[in-house]
Design a protein around this ligand. Structure first.
Ligand SMILES: [Zn+2]
Length: 287
């Protein structure tokens, strides 16, 4: 097998032995007001009113990428996983499949993944690192997240407690330490991580540069949904919002000017697209 099969939600052959497949590891729900942060509802209502549930929550997909390269397989993100109790599952409005069955459905054994790259360690990105029994869900893989992210995730700042599941992260702490990144790093030829901060202290973007194709970028939770294209629209979950605004403007400018393909982290139906300059901001044009 040389690429994701027809069961995958989206795939693209970038040439040069690079393919990228979107794997959706279920969905969950987030409070709409929190997703729009400082933006008043009269401005965001048109984006979201049709999607609100009875609790004023939006439906968030758990988008992951399986990147095939000549030098190895990289999984980006792991979703919420399978190790949460029924009460938490109901509170989050979480519905699977979690990443392992979703990957298998797309034609990949978890044991064939060489690297797992995580944009950050919040519960909805790092939760799938462990299987039901607490063993490594990706036995051969190294985990790559920023050292700064691990340090803040396992620290004692009370603001962060709700976003990181510390008992779970402690179980993968040693595994994660083997793959700490400090800033930019190439994981395999053509696939790099770039520290961005903003959404979380050690948040990183993942960029694929296949020979002959425009770059493909996963900006993590700096680009969750189409409206994230406005650098000033940051969520209440962003721990360093001013950093988010600045880094979004820089990254989105490069992506717009160079025609990058963008994969949104939590958009369910049209998560693949491009960023286009629009006055003093950007617009997301889905594929
Ligand atoms: Zn997220």
């Amino acid at each position: 097998m040389t690429g994701p099969n027809e069961a995958v939600d989206w795939r693209s052959d970038l040439g040069g032995g690079f393919t990228v497949g979107l794997i959706q590891a279920g969905t969950f729900r987030s409070d709409a007001g929190a997703l729009f942060g400082p933006v008043p509802r009269i401005l965001w209502d048109r984006w979201a009113s049709a999607e609100l549930d009875a609790e004023n929550r939006l439906l968030q997909a758990l988008n992951c990428l399986l990147i095939e390269t000549p030098a190895g397989r990289v999984l980006v993100e792991t979703g919420i996983g399978v190790r949460l109790d029924d009460k938490t599952r109901a509170m989050r409005g979480y519905e699977g499949p979690w990443i392992v069955p979703a990957l298998r459905k797309a034609g990949f054994e978890p044991g064939s993944v060489d690297v797992v790259a995580l944009s950050h360690l919040h519960f909805d990105h790092a939760g799938g690192l462990l299987g039901v029994d607490g063993g490594r869900a990706f036995p051969r893989a190294s985990i790559v997240a920023q050292r700064a992210e691990w340090e803040i995730a396992l620290g004692d700042n009370p603001r962060l407690v709700a976003s990181y599941v510390q008992p779970e992260l402690r179980l993968v702490q040693d595994w994660g330490a083997e793959g700490w990144a400090d800033g930019e790093r190439e994981l395999v030829p053509g696939v790099s991580v770039v520290r961005t901060g903003g959404h979380s202290a050690g948040h990183q973007a993942i960029v694929v540069r296949a020979p002959g194709a425009p770059p493909l970028a996963f900006f993590g939770d700096l680009a969750m949904r189409p409206w994230s294209a406005n650098p000033r629209w940051v969520t209440a979950f962003d721990d360093f919002p001013l950093d988010s605004v600045i880094v979004k403007d820089t990254l989105f400018g490069a992506a717009a000017d160079e025609g990058w393909t963008i994969v949104l982290s939590h958009e369910k139906d049209r998560p693949i697209g491009r960023l286009v300059r629009d006055r003093d901001r950007y617009r997301y044009d889905p594929e």
